[in-house]
Design a protein around this ligand. Structure first.
Ligand code: C5P
Length: 400
Protein backbone atom coordinates (compact mmCIF):
# COMPACT_ATOMS: atom_id res chain seq x y z
CA UNK A 1 0.00 0.00 0.00
CA UNK A 2 2.88 2.36 0.81
CA UNK A 3 5.20 1.07 -1.88
CA UNK A 4 6.65 3.92 -4.02
CA UNK A 5 4.56 6.48 -2.13
CA UNK A 6 6.19 9.84 -1.38
CA UNK A 7 5.75 10.51 2.32
CA UNK A 8 6.74 13.64 4.23
CA UNK A 9 7.22 12.86 7.90
CA UNK A 10 6.87 16.03 9.95
CA UNK A 11 8.46 15.82 13.39
CA UNK A 12 7.75 18.32 16.19
CA UNK A 13 9.46 19.02 19.50
CA UNK A 14 8.28 16.23 21.76
CA UNK A 15 9.96 13.43 23.64
CA UNK A 16 7.95 11.06 21.40
CA UNK A 17 10.29 12.16 18.57
CA UNK A 18 12.47 9.17 19.57
CA UNK A 19 9.75 6.95 18.04
CA UNK A 20 10.22 8.68 14.68
CA UNK A 21 13.32 6.61 13.99
CA UNK A 22 11.29 3.41 14.09
CA UNK A 23 8.46 5.00 12.10
CA UNK A 24 10.93 5.91 9.33
CA UNK A 25 12.33 2.35 9.34
CA UNK A 26 8.84 0.91 8.92
CA UNK A 27 7.92 3.36 6.13
CA UNK A 28 11.16 2.63 4.25
CA UNK A 29 10.64 -1.11 4.72
CA UNK A 30 7.15 -0.74 3.24
CA UNK A 31 8.76 0.78 0.12
CA UNK A 32 7.92 4.45 0.75
CA UNK A 33 10.21 7.40 -0.15
CA UNK A 34 10.48 9.31 3.11
CA UNK A 35 11.39 12.99 3.37
CA UNK A 36 11.78 14.16 6.97
CA UNK A 37 10.91 17.76 7.84
CA UNK A 38 11.61 18.76 11.46
CA UNK A 39 10.61 21.82 13.43
CA UNK A 40 13.69 23.53 14.95
CA UNK A 41 12.67 22.33 18.46
CA UNK A 42 12.44 18.72 17.29
CA UNK A 43 16.20 18.65 16.63
CA UNK A 44 16.81 18.90 20.40
CA UNK A 45 15.01 15.58 20.91
CA UNK A 46 16.55 13.47 18.12
CA UNK A 47 19.40 14.30 15.78
CA UNK A 48 18.82 14.97 12.06
CA UNK A 49 21.82 12.71 11.38
CA UNK A 50 20.00 9.67 12.80
CA UNK A 51 16.91 10.42 10.75
CA UNK A 52 18.72 11.25 7.48
CA UNK A 53 20.66 7.98 7.79
CA UNK A 54 17.43 6.01 8.23
CA UNK A 55 15.45 7.89 5.54
CA UNK A 56 18.41 8.01 3.12
CA UNK A 57 17.70 11.70 2.43
CA UNK A 58 18.90 14.94 4.03
CA UNK A 59 16.56 16.09 6.77
CA UNK A 60 15.03 19.53 6.20
CA UNK A 61 14.62 21.98 9.06
CA UNK A 62 15.09 25.51 7.75
CA UNK A 63 13.70 27.48 4.84
CA UNK A 64 17.17 28.71 3.96
CA UNK A 65 20.37 26.75 3.35
CA UNK A 66 23.11 29.33 4.21
CA UNK A 67 25.92 27.18 2.72
CA UNK A 68 24.43 27.27 -0.78
CA UNK A 69 22.23 30.36 -0.60
CA UNK A 70 19.31 28.16 -1.73
CA UNK A 71 15.99 27.58 0.00
CA UNK A 72 13.85 24.54 0.65
CA UNK A 73 10.82 25.05 -1.54
CA UNK A 74 7.83 24.24 0.68
CA UNK A 75 5.42 24.44 -2.27
CA UNK A 76 7.39 21.83 -4.25
CA UNK A 77 7.59 19.61 -1.18
CA UNK A 78 3.85 19.96 -0.58
CA UNK A 79 3.10 18.91 -4.15
CA UNK A 80 5.64 16.04 -4.16
CA UNK A 81 4.00 14.29 -1.22
CA UNK A 82 1.38 11.55 -1.51
CA UNK A 83 0.85 11.85 2.24
CA UNK A 84 2.02 14.14 5.03
CA UNK A 85 2.32 12.48 8.43
CA UNK A 86 2.96 14.75 11.39
CA UNK A 87 4.15 12.50 14.18
CA UNK A 88 4.69 13.54 16.88
CA UNK A 89 2.39 16.54 16.48
CA UNK A 90 2.94 18.90 19.43
CA UNK A 91 0.24 21.17 20.91
CA UNK A 92 2.16 24.16 19.57
CA UNK A 93 2.31 22.87 15.96
CA UNK A 94 -1.35 21.79 16.08
CA UNK A 95 -2.29 25.33 17.13
CA UNK A 96 -0.25 26.80 14.26
CA UNK A 97 -1.76 24.39 11.75
CA UNK A 98 -5.30 25.10 12.96
CA UNK A 99 -4.75 28.83 12.54
CA UNK A 100 -2.80 28.91 9.29
CA UNK A 101 0.40 30.15 10.90
CA UNK A 102 3.55 29.19 9.02
CA UNK A 103 6.63 30.36 10.87
CA UNK A 104 8.72 27.27 10.11
CA UNK A 105 9.29 24.94 7.16
CA UNK A 106 6.99 22.19 8.46
CA UNK A 107 3.96 24.46 8.94
CA UNK A 108 4.61 26.04 5.51
CA UNK A 109 4.73 22.57 3.92
CA UNK A 110 1.47 21.71 5.72
CA UNK A 111 -0.27 24.77 4.25
CA UNK A 112 1.05 23.93 0.77
CA UNK A 113 0.21 20.21 0.84
CA UNK A 114 -2.60 18.95 -1.33
CA UNK A 115 -2.28 15.34 -0.18
CA UNK A 116 -3.98 13.67 2.81
CA UNK A 117 -2.54 14.92 6.11
CA UNK A 118 -2.34 12.60 9.13
CA UNK A 119 -1.42 13.91 12.56
CA UNK A 120 -0.48 11.87 15.63
CA UNK A 121 -0.53 14.14 18.70
CA UNK A 122 1.86 13.62 21.60
CA UNK A 123 1.65 15.72 24.75
CA UNK A 124 0.95 15.71 28.43
CA UNK A 125 -2.60 14.68 29.40
CA UNK A 126 -3.65 18.13 30.62
CA UNK A 127 -2.34 19.81 27.47
CA UNK A 128 -4.28 17.23 25.42
CA UNK A 129 -7.48 17.73 27.44
CA UNK A 130 -7.27 21.53 27.32
CA UNK A 131 -10.27 23.02 25.46
CA UNK A 132 -7.91 25.06 23.26
CA UNK A 133 -6.11 21.90 22.07
CA UNK A 134 -9.40 20.02 21.59
CA UNK A 135 -10.79 22.93 19.57
CA UNK A 136 -7.67 22.96 17.39
CA UNK A 137 -7.93 19.21 16.80
CA UNK A 138 -11.60 19.53 15.81
CA UNK A 139 -10.78 22.45 13.53
CA UNK A 140 -8.02 20.42 11.84
CA UNK A 141 -10.38 17.47 11.36
CA UNK A 142 -13.03 19.77 9.88
CA UNK A 143 -10.40 20.76 7.26
CA UNK A 144 -10.09 17.08 6.29
CA UNK A 145 -6.92 16.29 8.25
CA UNK A 146 -6.92 12.81 9.75
CA UNK A 147 -6.32 12.32 13.47
CA UNK A 148 -4.34 9.32 14.67
CA UNK A 149 -5.55 9.37 18.28
CA UNK A 150 -3.08 9.32 21.14
CA UNK A 151 -3.17 6.38 23.48
CA UNK A 152 -3.36 6.14 27.26
CA UNK A 153 -0.29 5.28 29.28
CA UNK A 154 2.67 6.55 31.22
CA UNK A 155 3.71 10.01 30.02
CA UNK A 156 7.15 11.63 30.05
CA UNK A 157 5.93 13.94 32.85
CA UNK A 158 5.44 10.88 35.06
CA UNK A 159 1.67 11.33 34.91
CA UNK A 160 -0.60 8.63 33.59
CA UNK A 161 -3.32 9.30 31.01
CA UNK A 162 -4.16 10.12 27.43
CA UNK A 163 -1.50 11.88 25.34
CA UNK A 164 0.99 9.18 24.32
CA UNK A 165 1.72 9.22 20.61
CA UNK A 166 0.35 6.14 18.83
CA UNK A 167 3.05 3.48 18.39
CA UNK A 168 4.82 3.47 14.97
CA UNK A 169 3.28 0.08 14.06
CA UNK A 170 -0.20 1.46 14.85
CA UNK A 171 0.47 4.55 12.72
CA UNK A 172 1.52 2.39 9.77
CA UNK A 173 -1.48 0.08 9.99
CA UNK A 174 -3.86 3.04 10.47
CA UNK A 175 -2.53 4.82 7.37
CA UNK A 176 -2.46 1.61 5.32
CA UNK A 177 -6.10 0.89 6.07
CA UNK A 178 -7.09 4.54 5.38
CA UNK A 179 -5.37 4.36 1.97
CA UNK A 180 -6.98 0.99 1.27
CA UNK A 181 -10.47 2.33 2.10
CA UNK A 182 -10.18 4.86 -0.73
CA UNK A 183 -9.14 2.34 -3.39
CA UNK A 184 -11.68 1.34 -6.09
CA UNK A 185 -11.96 -2.31 -4.95
CA UNK A 186 -11.60 -1.74 -1.22
CA UNK A 187 -12.53 -4.87 0.73
CA UNK A 188 -13.90 -6.70 -2.32
CA UNK A 189 -13.11 -10.41 -2.30
CA UNK A 190 -11.73 -11.57 -5.64
CA UNK A 191 -10.78 -15.10 -6.68
CA UNK A 192 -8.05 -15.55 -9.30
CA UNK A 193 -6.63 -18.79 -10.69
CA UNK A 194 -3.25 -19.00 -12.39
CA UNK A 195 -0.73 -21.37 -13.90
CA UNK A 196 -1.05 -24.89 -15.26
CA UNK A 197 -2.34 -28.04 -13.59
CA UNK A 198 -0.32 -31.25 -13.46
CA UNK A 199 -2.21 -34.52 -13.90
CA UNK A 200 -0.33 -37.46 -12.44
CA UNK A 201 0.34 -40.53 -14.59
CA UNK A 202 2.43 -42.26 -11.94
CA UNK A 203 4.53 -40.99 -9.00
CA UNK A 204 7.11 -39.58 -11.46
CA UNK A 205 5.29 -38.37 -14.59
CA UNK A 206 2.46 -36.00 -15.24
CA UNK A 207 0.52 -34.35 -18.06
CA UNK A 208 0.99 -30.57 -17.93
CA UNK A 209 1.11 -27.53 -20.19
CA UNK A 210 3.30 -24.51 -20.90
CA UNK A 211 1.39 -21.97 -18.77
CA UNK A 212 3.87 -19.91 -16.71
CA UNK A 213 1.29 -18.30 -14.40
CA UNK A 214 2.63 -14.80 -15.24
CA UNK A 215 -0.72 -13.43 -16.46
CA UNK A 216 -2.71 -14.72 -13.46
CA UNK A 217 -0.12 -13.47 -10.95
CA UNK A 218 -0.10 -10.04 -12.63
CA UNK A 219 -3.90 -9.94 -12.34
CA UNK A 220 -3.82 -10.95 -8.66
CA UNK A 221 -1.17 -8.29 -7.95
CA UNK A 222 -3.17 -5.60 -9.76
CA UNK A 223 -6.39 -6.45 -7.88
CA UNK A 224 -4.48 -6.26 -4.59
CA UNK A 225 -3.14 -2.83 -5.54
CA UNK A 226 -6.73 -1.75 -6.21
CA UNK A 227 -7.61 -2.63 -2.61
CA UNK A 228 -9.15 -6.08 -3.10
CA UNK A 229 -8.62 -9.08 -0.85
CA UNK A 230 -7.41 -11.66 -3.33
CA UNK A 231 -7.44 -15.43 -3.12
CA UNK A 232 -4.98 -16.72 -5.68
CA UNK A 233 -5.29 -20.42 -6.49
CA UNK A 234 -2.09 -21.34 -8.27
CA UNK A 235 -1.08 -24.47 -10.11
CA UNK A 236 2.62 -25.48 -10.12
CA UNK A 237 4.54 -22.32 -11.05
CA UNK A 238 7.78 -20.52 -10.27
CA UNK A 239 5.96 -17.19 -9.85
CA UNK A 240 6.16 -15.44 -6.48
CA UNK A 241 3.96 -12.92 -4.77
CA UNK A 242 4.57 -10.94 -1.59
CA UNK A 243 1.51 -8.71 -1.45
CA UNK A 244 -0.10 -8.96 1.96
CA UNK A 245 -3.61 -8.79 0.46
CA UNK A 246 -3.01 -11.94 -1.61
CA UNK A 247 -3.86 -15.27 -0.01
CA UNK A 248 -2.04 -17.82 -2.19
CA UNK A 249 -3.27 -21.40 -2.27
CA UNK A 250 -1.08 -23.87 -4.14
CA UNK A 251 -2.71 -26.80 -5.89
CA UNK A 252 -1.44 -29.39 -8.35
CA UNK A 253 -4.27 -31.07 -10.24
CA UNK A 254 -7.50 -29.90 -11.91
CA UNK A 255 -9.47 -31.71 -9.20
CA UNK A 256 -7.59 -29.86 -6.43
CA UNK A 257 -8.15 -26.57 -8.24
CA UNK A 258 -11.87 -27.37 -8.55
CA UNK A 259 -12.20 -28.08 -4.83
CA UNK A 260 -10.35 -24.88 -3.89
CA UNK A 261 -12.47 -22.80 -6.31
CA UNK A 262 -15.70 -24.27 -4.94
CA UNK A 263 -14.57 -23.37 -1.44
CA UNK A 264 -13.84 -19.70 -2.22
CA UNK A 265 -16.27 -18.86 -5.04
CA UNK A 266 -19.38 -18.39 -2.86
CA UNK A 267 -17.81 -15.57 -0.83
CA UNK A 268 -16.16 -13.90 -3.85
CA UNK A 269 -17.51 -10.88 -5.67
CA UNK A 270 -15.64 -11.81 -8.83
CA UNK A 271 -13.68 -14.76 -10.16
CA UNK A 272 -11.10 -14.59 -12.93
CA UNK A 273 -10.21 -18.07 -14.22
CA UNK A 274 -6.83 -17.48 -15.79
CA UNK A 275 -5.42 -20.97 -15.12
CA UNK A 276 -4.71 -23.35 -17.96
CA UNK A 277 -6.66 -26.24 -16.47
CA UNK A 278 -6.11 -29.70 -17.97
CA UNK A 279 -9.15 -30.91 -19.91
CA UNK A 280 -8.16 -34.55 -19.47
CA UNK A 281 -6.54 -36.52 -16.68
CA UNK A 282 -5.33 -40.14 -16.56
CA UNK A 283 -8.25 -42.43 -15.71
CA UNK A 284 -5.98 -44.50 -13.46
CA UNK A 285 -2.89 -43.25 -11.68
CA UNK A 286 -0.31 -45.98 -11.28
CA UNK A 287 0.85 -46.32 -7.68
CA UNK A 288 4.32 -47.30 -8.93
CA UNK A 289 6.55 -45.91 -11.65
CA UNK A 290 5.44 -47.43 -14.97
CA UNK A 291 8.27 -49.56 -16.35
CA UNK A 292 9.47 -49.24 -19.92
CA UNK A 293 8.07 -51.98 -22.15
CA UNK A 294 8.84 -53.22 -25.65
CA UNK A 295 5.38 -52.20 -26.87
CA UNK A 296 3.77 -48.80 -27.14
CA UNK A 297 1.92 -47.53 -24.11
CA UNK A 298 -1.63 -46.18 -24.12
CA UNK A 299 -2.86 -44.02 -21.30
CA UNK A 300 -6.60 -43.78 -20.92
CA UNK A 301 -7.75 -40.24 -20.18
CA UNK A 302 -11.00 -39.10 -18.65
CA UNK A 303 -12.47 -35.61 -18.80
CA UNK A 304 -11.87 -33.23 -15.93
CA UNK A 305 -14.65 -31.02 -14.62
CA UNK A 306 -14.84 -27.69 -16.44
CA UNK A 307 -14.35 -25.52 -13.33
CA UNK A 308 -15.43 -22.31 -15.00
CA UNK A 309 -18.58 -23.86 -16.35
CA UNK A 310 -19.58 -25.26 -12.98
CA UNK A 311 -18.95 -21.85 -11.35
CA UNK A 312 -21.06 -20.29 -14.12
CA UNK A 313 -23.92 -22.64 -13.19
CA UNK A 314 -23.86 -21.52 -9.55
CA UNK A 315 -23.14 -17.83 -10.18
CA UNK A 316 -25.39 -15.52 -8.11
CA UNK A 317 -26.81 -12.16 -9.18
CA UNK A 318 -24.08 -9.54 -8.84
CA UNK A 319 -21.19 -12.02 -9.01
CA UNK A 320 -18.79 -11.50 -11.90
CA UNK A 321 -17.21 -14.37 -13.75
CA UNK A 322 -14.39 -13.97 -16.26
CA UNK A 323 -12.76 -16.64 -18.40
CA UNK A 324 -9.82 -16.86 -20.76
CA UNK A 325 -9.76 -18.35 -24.22
CA UNK A 326 -6.40 -19.21 -25.73
CA UNK A 327 -7.13 -20.05 -29.34
CA UNK A 328 -5.22 -21.06 -32.44
CA UNK A 329 -8.06 -20.80 -35.01
CA UNK A 330 -11.60 -19.34 -35.38
CA UNK A 331 -10.64 -17.27 -32.36
CA UNK A 332 -13.62 -14.95 -31.92
CA UNK A 333 -16.20 -17.59 -32.73
CA UNK A 334 -14.71 -20.07 -30.25
CA UNK A 335 -14.37 -17.41 -27.54
CA UNK A 336 -17.98 -16.26 -27.99
CA UNK A 337 -19.25 -19.82 -27.69
CA UNK A 338 -17.30 -20.29 -24.45
CA UNK A 339 -18.62 -16.97 -23.10
CA UNK A 340 -22.20 -18.17 -23.56
CA UNK A 341 -21.71 -21.80 -22.56
CA UNK A 342 -19.92 -20.87 -19.33
CA UNK A 343 -22.26 -17.97 -18.38
CA UNK A 344 -19.45 -15.38 -18.26
CA UNK A 345 -19.59 -11.62 -17.90
CA UNK A 346 -16.67 -11.35 -20.25
CA UNK A 347 -14.00 -13.48 -21.84
CA UNK A 348 -10.39 -12.54 -22.49
CA UNK A 349 -9.29 -13.86 -25.85
CA UNK A 350 -5.65 -14.32 -26.78
CA UNK A 351 -4.46 -16.03 -29.90
CA UNK A 352 -1.27 -18.05 -30.27
CA UNK A 353 -1.13 -16.58 -33.80
CA UNK A 354 -0.30 -13.15 -32.33
CA UNK A 355 3.43 -12.68 -31.84
CA UNK A 356 4.23 -11.93 -28.20
CA UNK A 357 0.92 -13.35 -26.91
CA UNK A 358 0.24 -16.50 -24.89
CA UNK A 359 2.55 -18.67 -22.78
CA UNK A 360 5.77 -17.68 -21.04
CA UNK A 361 6.14 -14.28 -22.74
CA UNK A 362 6.18 -11.07 -20.67
CA UNK A 363 3.67 -9.55 -23.09
CA UNK A 364 0.16 -10.36 -24.22
CA UNK A 365 -2.35 -9.13 -26.77
CA UNK A 366 -5.98 -9.51 -25.81
CA UNK A 367 -9.50 -8.89 -27.00
CA UNK A 368 -12.25 -8.60 -24.39
CA UNK A 369 -15.68 -9.83 -25.47
CA UNK A 370 -18.47 -9.03 -23.03
CA UNK A 371 -21.89 -10.67 -22.55
CA UNK A 372 -23.47 -8.15 -24.98
CA UNK A 373 -20.86 -9.36 -27.51
CA UNK A 374 -19.15 -5.95 -27.47
CA UNK A 375 -15.51 -6.37 -28.48
CA UNK A 376 -12.53 -4.33 -27.29
CA UNK A 377 -9.15 -5.10 -28.81
CA UNK A 378 -5.98 -3.97 -27.05
CA UNK A 379 -2.44 -3.46 -28.31
CA UNK A 380 0.40 -5.86 -27.52
CA UNK A 381 1.43 -4.84 -23.98
CA UNK A 382 3.42 -5.91 -20.97
CA UNK A 383 1.39 -8.47 -18.96
CA UNK A 384 1.21 -6.02 -16.01
CA UNK A 385 -0.50 -3.46 -18.25
CA UNK A 386 -2.80 -6.14 -19.68
CA UNK A 387 -3.70 -7.02 -16.09
CA UNK A 388 -4.63 -3.37 -15.50
CA UNK A 389 -7.02 -3.42 -18.49
CA UNK A 390 -8.69 -6.62 -17.26
CA UNK A 391 -8.94 -5.46 -13.63
CA UNK A 392 -10.29 -2.04 -14.65
CA UNK A 393 -13.05 -3.78 -16.59
CA UNK A 394 -13.92 -5.90 -13.53
CA UNK A 395 -13.88 -2.78 -11.29
CA UNK A 396 -16.19 -1.02 -13.74
CA UNK A 397 -18.70 -3.90 -13.52
CA UNK A 398 -18.47 -4.08 -9.72
CA UNK A 399 -18.89 -0.34 -9.20
CA UNK A 400 -21.55 0.34 -11.84
O1 C5P B 1 -12.92 -24.40 -22.90
P1 C5P B 1 -11.56 -23.86 -22.62
O2 C5P B 1 -10.71 -24.82 -21.83
O3 C5P B 1 -10.82 -23.29 -23.78
O4 C5P B 1 -11.87 -22.59 -21.68
C1 C5P B 1 -10.86 -21.83 -21.12
C2 C5P B 1 -11.38 -21.23 -19.83
O5 C5P B 1 -12.01 -22.23 -19.03
C3 C5P B 1 -10.27 -20.67 -18.99
O6 C5P B 1 -10.76 -19.54 -18.30
C4 C5P B 1 -9.94 -21.84 -18.06
O7 C5P B 1 -9.38 -21.36 -16.86
C5 C5P B 1 -11.29 -22.48 -17.85
N1 C5P B 1 -11.27 -23.93 -17.65
C6 C5P B 1 -11.73 -24.47 -16.47
N2 C5P B 1 -11.74 -25.83 -16.27
C7 C5P B 1 -11.30 -26.65 -17.21
C8 C5P B 1 -10.84 -26.14 -18.43
C9 C5P B 1 -10.82 -24.77 -18.61
O8 C5P B 1 -12.12 -23.69 -15.59
N3 C5P B 1 -11.32 -27.95 -16.98
Amino acid sequence: MLSDKNIILGICGSIAAYKSALLIRLLVKAGANVQVVMTPDATSFITPLTLSTLSKRPVLVDYFIPETGEWNNHVELGLWADALIIAPASANTLAKMANGQSDNLLTAVYLSAKCPVYFAPAMDLDMWKHPATQENVQKLQSYGNILISPGKGELASGLYGEGRMAEPEEIISFITSEIKKKLPLADQKILVTAGPTYEAIDPVRFIGNHSSGKMGFAIAEQFAQMGADVTLIAGPTAQITNHQSINRIDVTSAEEMLQACLQYFKSSKACIMCAAVADYTPANVSAQKIKKQDNDLNIELKKTTDILRSLGEQKRNGQILVGFALETNDEEQNATEKLKKKNLDFIVLNSLNDKGAGFKTDTNKITIIDHNLQKTTFELKDKNEVAQDICNKVAELINK
